[in-house]
Design a protein around this ligand. Structure first.
Ligand code: SAH
Length: 246
């Protein structure tokens, strides 16, 4: 049995949600409801805003141009934000989109693009990143929409990590060791995961990471993985050992 309704279309909207409220959806939402899903007046969908949980809503079409959503009843309460933060070096657009979508699906609570010495891509399209986050949340029924941070340089990112956080550093140069054991032996605390760029970390960056107080160096096996694969692999291990897969 599915844990929640995933057949009914689910739409992210920015307005506050409460029983009896009426929401006027934005242009792209109207397009999606009327021209992609081809819904008629009275159709029911699910809506969420990342704050108020998930609600059943009914489409109302008082006139040709007016589209409204009547908010009916809450279907799921708002879960708390995932403590798992994910930092990654931006890569070319198609892979970047993939990384963002997969990180949301895997349950990251915050996404931070970090530019490193070997990062080729420096400009990040934040709007597109946000659209990818929302689309992945809509598709996968994720109600706690991950936060997106502005791009930080590697030193800025490292300096801003709160002291209680454990930094899980995916390092293809780490001595091979069972990653499950490495994580089980790591200090308690919420995790910030970092995966490097296609060119890997610079020696100085690796040094700085290893000098961090609460760092766990993670090996993901004998093969060098592309950054997007490493991200999904590491997020899976983390969710299984310390996260919400347990
Ligand atoms: N050093 C490389 C490849 C970097 S792979 C080069 O010079 O091209 C991109 C990122 O994926 C790495 O920075 C690391 O964070 C992660 N990664 C890839 N394979 C890994 C492995 N086997 N173990 C741990 N991390 C890995």
């Amino acid at each position: 049995m599915a844990r929640y309704d995933f057949r009914t279309p689910r739409l992210h909207i920015s307005a506050d949600l409460a029983a009896g409220a009426t929401v006027i959806p934005g242009e792209s939402a109207v397009h999606y409801l009327r021209h992609v899903l081809r819904l008629e007046a009275g159709a029911k969908i699910l809506v969420f805003n990342g704050r108020d949980g998930e609600w059943e809503a009914r489409l109302a079409l008082p006139s040709k141009r007016d589209v409204k959503l009547e908010i009916l009843a809450q279907t799921r309460p708002q879960p708390s934000a995932s403590p798992l933060h994910y930092a990654f070096a931006p890569v070319k657009q198609a892979r970047f989109d993939f990384i963002v979508q997969k990180a949301v699906e895997m349950g990251a609570g915050r996404l931070t693009p970090v530019t490193t010495q070997h990062t080729q891509v420096t400009r990040v399209n934040m709007e597109r990143m946000r659209a990818n986050v929302i689309e992945a949340a809509e598709q996968c029924g994720i109600l706690a929409v991950p936060e997106i941070e502005e791009v930080l340089s590697f030193p800025e990112w490292l300096a801003a990590i709160p002291s209680e956080r454990v930094v899980v550093f995916c390092d293809e140069d780490a001595e091979r060791a069972d990653p499950l054991r490495a994580l089980a032996a790591a200090p308690e605390g919420p995790v910030t995961l970092i995966v490097g760029p296609e060119g890997g970390f610079h020696a100085k960056e690796r040094e700085a990471l290893l000098a961090h107080d609460r760092v766990v160096r993670l090996s993901l096996g004998p093969r060098i993985l592309r950054a997007d694969t490493a991200a999904v692999a590491a997020l899976a291990i983390l969710q299984a050992v310390r996260g919400d897969w347990r």
